[in-house]
Design a binder for this molecule. Structure first.
Ligand SMILES: [Zn+2]
Length: 521
């Protein structure tokens, strides 16, 4: 007698092999068998017409402080996603000291889901997530920005001993189970680092066999140089590299999707195990302050706000943002005021409106300065990609699917609620960019391999029983930038470590997610 039997589906193993009609038997938290005539079970789920696949793994999540939220948050489970990797873009919520926690409250407050950001070692952070009871499995990277904030504050130059301290903190985090090292080289204070600094930290990742993930220094005008830097870091530190949210950003760079892929393939021939992830949308989502040149943010949030109150400085920054679009000029010169939708701001009157709408007859640059001066952690959804590049990048086997989600409330980017079903519905069923087997591999084993998530990302006897059953004829997401928080369609069953947590398309309400510490299952 098995605990659970998923009967009659079309089973994909997650490794990219052709599917086969089979039943899936589950005992405890493991897959017991895949095949025909597997005997009885305490619960049988009919999966006729459904694709049965390993639970999707999100290599790029910002759900770091979702677990302590009052209500369980099934926004990933309802997409068929059972595991999230957080701590991405250099922004982890540990290790934090009293001082760096205070700065983190100012600079990445809107990723905090209303939770107070507390000082914590990496081990303490993971223990807190575990105690809170995550709704899906969570594993966490340690972020370069966080390490630097804690070791060196928001100063541009590293103080004596600061790099050694960062290396020590990184080693502590890896020992506590951090899955890898992440950078966000457009954010403060990571943007002040040189390549050697990142190599010095990636060397610690190498010691623990953990990968390096990069939100690169640039994704548009200097995409080539930014990729060269990430590849060089991988080569010098001998670490696996994951390029986060692959794209060719900004109108001047459209068409560079091919360039990105060529660089990845060339680097692999040269011995660097590099891959990437991507979300299936034309708009990104980030801090509103990413519109500004990097130099505007030097010295921390208070210094940034002071500059935005100084009319001469505001004009100087405008000129800097427009004179030459490069990797430090910010996103202002790469989009338009109607391509910027303010999604989070202390002032509710401006949220849900584009910069063009908010500005009306006023100068949109001055309005952007005002908005950021009033709320430096405000967020935006910003249109920066071309459809052709999205499809070109998606079609490559080196690229997986990662949501880059925010907090599942308010007006967040629709990828938060719909990344995986949108990929399956629009890009696989409707457009045929890749077939089902390859699509599932991109969301499962491709990520599990890169991050060494043992026992996950494939479906076979002995694997952890994280399973998704979806309807290939209806899977999708109808969320829009204006109304994003829509429940996906066509994902009736999700099993999390053997427990049916989405049953008939409805979340059962249980918080059964586990904290995955690197090196343990
Ligand atoms: Zn990022």
């Amino acid at each position: 007698m098995h605990d659970l039997l998923i009967r009659g589906g079309d089973v994909h193993d997650g490794l990219g092999n052709p599917s086969r009609p089979a039943d899936v038997a589950i005992d405890g938290d493991r897959i017991a068998a895949v095949g025909q005539d597997l005997g009885d079970a305490r619960r049988v789920v009919r999966a006729d017409g459904l694709i049965v696949a390993p639970g999707f793994i999100d290599p790029h999540a910002h759900s770091d402080v979702v677990p302590p939220m009052d209500d369980p948050q099934p926004f990933k489970l309802l997409q068929g996603c059972t595991t999230e990797i957080v701590g991405t873009c250099g922004l982890s919520f540990a290790p934090l000291s009293e001082d760096s926690a205070a700065e983190a409250r100012l600079s990445f407050g809107d990723l905090a889901a209303g939770a107070t950001i507390e000082p914590a070692t990496f081990a303490e952070y993971l223990a807190r997530v575990e105690a809170a009871g995550p709704t899906n499995h969570i594993t966490a990277l340690v972020g370069h920005n966080t390490l630097r904030l804690t070791a060196n504050g928001t100063e541009v130059e590293l103080a004596d001993g600061a790099l050694d301290k960062m290396r020590r903190l990184a080693a502590e985090a890896f020992a506590a189970g951090a899955t890898g090292l992440s950078t966000g080289l457009i954010y403060i204070p990571g943007t002040y680092s040189d390549r050697d600094e990142v190599v010095a930290l990636a060397e610690i990742a190498h010691r623990f066999d953990r990968p390096y993930t990069s939100h690169m220094r640039d994704e548009g005008p200097a995409l080539e140089e930014a990729l060269d830097e990430a590849i060089d870091i991988g080569r010098r530190a001998r670490v696996r590299v994951q390029i986060s949210h692959c794209k060719a950003a900004g109108s001047a760079s459209h068409g560079k999707g091919r360039v990105l892929l060529d660089k990845l393939h060339a680097a692999r021939l040269d011995g660097v195990d590099i891959r990437g992830d991507q979300y299936p949308y034309l708009a990104g989502g980030t801090f509103l302050n990413a519109l500004f040149p990097a130099e505007a943010r030097e010295g921390g949030i208070a210094a940034f706000q002071n500059r935005l109150r100084d009319a001469a400085e505001v004009e100087r920054l405008r000129a800097r943002a427009l004179e030459a679009v490069d990797e430090t000029s910010g996103l202002w010169g790469q989009t338009t005021p109607d391509g910027v939708l303010v999604t989070r701001h202390h002032d509710p009157v401006v949220t849900g409106r584009t910069l063009a709408q908010i500005a009306g007859d006023r100068d949109p640059w001055l309005v952007a300065c005002e908005l950021v001066e009033r709320d430096p952690a405000a967020m935006m959804v910003v249109t920066i990609m071309s459809e052709e590049d999205v499809r070109t990048i998606m079609s490559d086997p080196l690229i997986g699917v990662g949501s880059d989600n925010g907090i599942p409330e308010g007006l967040d980017h629709p990828r938060t609620w719909g990344c995986f079903p949108r990929f399956l519905g629009r890009y696989v069923r409707e457009l045929g960019v890749v077939d089902w087997s390859e699509a599932i591999r991109k969301m499962t084993s491709a990520t599990a391999d890169q991050f060494r998530l043992t026992g996950r990302g494939w479906l076979g006897p002995g694997a952890i029983a994280d399973v998704t059953a979806f309807d290939p004829t209806t899977v999708g997401h109808d969320g829009t930038y204006e109304v994003p928080d829509v429940t996906p369609t066509g994902v009736p069953y999700v099993v999390l470590a053997g427990a049916l947590v989405v049953d008939g398309g409805v979340f059962t309400g249980e918080r059964l997610g586990r904290v995955i510490r690197a090196g343990s299952v």
